[in-house]
Each structure stands twice: as structure tokens, then as C-alpha cells.
Design a protein around this ligand. Sequence first.
Ligand code: SAH
Length: 243
Amino acid sequence: MSEEPKDTNVKCLLKKFSKPVYCGQIMRPTEDTYRHKGLRKKLADGIRKKGITDERILEAINKIPRHFFLDSAFDDVAYEDRAFPIGEGQTISQPYTVAYQTLLLQVKPFDKILEIGTGSVYQACVLAELGAQVYTIERQKKLFDTTREFSFLKKYPNIKFFYGDGYEGLPTYAPFDKILITAAAPEIPPKLLEQLKVGGMMVLPLGAGEVQQMKRVTRLERGAVKEEVFDNFSFVPMIEGKK
Ligand code: SAH
């Protein structure tokens, strides 16, 4: 703790430093070593073995240094296929879950995608790596502010960040080709459905309890929707309002 600057507004230092740098709330690692790269390849191979064989998605996971998205305390475990805490009671999703949701979304280059729940920004980077135009909303100001100081994100000018309530969506930027919810929604948010193009798809973990069903909802003509059900997952809840 003693190494942390007292001034919490201190700017994230340049990424040249090999030691972790203090970025707002967390100490981020800044070096991507051969060890990290090797572990990342193993992670991608493990996800392939679990049944996700889309090489573009696996390549994105292989490319993005997940340890950059976590506090340096997680450096040894960052490439385990698990969720980890990112502060404010929130988590970075399990890489398998990120790959799973991304697969269901059938991402194509230049797709305009709205993501609800920026969190660590890892999922948004996977979408951006696939060439999508990403609009991502976070309701927690502290997490939103942390992303501003995360210099790695300069690599992805195709991600736009918004502080707000995901239940409202982004009417000014609508309609979207795809919508991805990365928190457990008790119901399909009606305003989000309205912001989807006809023929567009929304992927969300649906359910109010501990376990949710992954759903893909396609918006059809004249207010009709098609719903498809996939595996069970456990996400942190989607909460109304900003914090
Ligand atoms: N996509 C993230 C997953 C983060 S966990 C990642 O890759 O790391 C879910 C996130 O959803 C949390 O950061 C939580 O604060 C946020 N969230 C929950 N309800 C929300 C809402 N109504 N609007 C926007 N974000 C919300």
C-alpha cells in the first residue's frame, strides 16, 4: 500500500515501465512477457477444447493481454479460465463466457454493437478486435473512470465509452445491429429491444436468481421476436440507475 500515490487523480504513467503502474483504483501490469503469451495460448486452446472453435474469437483471446485488465496481484492466475474481482463488487467475466457470448452474437466487421456492463473492458476489446464498432455503458462511475486511465485502450478507437444506466440504452446512437448484456437481466429490457435493428440480435443472461439462461433474442418485423435458449451461467446482476 505504501507505494500507492496518495493523490488518486495521479495520471496513469507510460506503459514503458515494466513495473505495475497505479491507474486510478488498481495497479496494472504493463509488461507482456513470453510467459504471459504462453499462458494465453493455453487459455485459447482450453476454450477450443470446451467447444468454441471459432478461430477469429480464439485469435482475439490469444491477442489480448488479459492480465492488463486486472490488478497485478492476479498476475499468476490471470490466464485461468475464471472470473476475477475488478473492484466495486464486480467481476471480469470468465474467458469461456466471453467467447460464448461473442459466438452467439455472430460478430461481423463494422457491426454496430451496444454492450451493457463495461466492467473491465475485456469483453468490449474482444468485440473491437473482431472489427465491431462498440458502444459500451457502465453504471458505476468508479469503474467508468478507471477505463479513462487505461492506456492500452488507445489501441481500440472503435470503442466508445458511456457512463449511464444500461436499461436506458443509447437512444441517440440507435439503432444497433447487435446488443450484448454482460450482467444478469431479470427481463428483456424493453428500451433495448426498441434500439435493435429489425433482424438484429441481443444476447443476454436472463433470470433474476443465482443462475441465468443465456438467451438470444432476434427482433423481427411488426414487434415480433424470436427467442433461443442456450446454457446456464451465473452473472452479477444488472441493476437499475447510476452509481
Ligand atoms: N463486460 C464486463 C463484465 C463486467 S460484470 C467485462 O468484460 O469485464 C457486469 C458489469 O455490468 C459491472 O461492471 C456492472 O457494474 C455493470 N452493470 C450492472 N448493471 C448495469 C446497468 N444497468 N447499466 C450499465 N452497467 C451495468
